[in-house]
Design a protein around this ligand. Structure first.
Ligand code: ZN
Length: 120
């Protein structure tokens, strides 16, 4: 089976200190080195911050409410994305395991890993 989770996330790695970031900048945010090399990011990670958005931007009008999340990827780097399956604060927690899914909607879309949630 292929296709559903076959997408890649692109990011950047500092040629000097190795910092991995999902956000392109003119220079490394840690050491200031100007050479950032494009790299492939991990597609799995954990939620480090989230907000439930009930007033979306135009692209997401039909999706609200949804969670806007900051995910710390397993291989390094933080990326912001959204989770259409999360519609209320009690449906998500800091530290939740999530994975990137390729979708037809704009933005970086994440979904919770199944079977890894602690009871309760
Ligand atoms: Zn650096």
């Amino acid at each position: 089976m292929k296709g559903y989770e076959g997408g890649n996330l692109r990011g950047f790695r500092c040629a000097n200190c190795g910092l991995v970031t999902a956000t392109w900048g003119l220079a490394c945010s840690r050491c200031g080195h100007p050479e950032l090399v494009e790299t492939e990011l991990a597609t799995k990670g954990k939620v480090v911050a989230f907000t439930i958005l009930t007033v979306p931007s135009e692209d997401f009008l039909n999706e609200a409410p949804y969670a806007y999340v900051v995910v710390e990827l397993d291989g390094g780097g933080r990326i912001t994305g959204w989770m259409p399956t999360v519609r209320a604060e009690h449906e998500i927690e800091i530290g939740d395991r999530v994975h990137y899914v390729t979708g037809y909607k704009p933005g970086v879309q994440f979904s919770k890993d199944s079977g890894t949630q602690s009871p309760g």
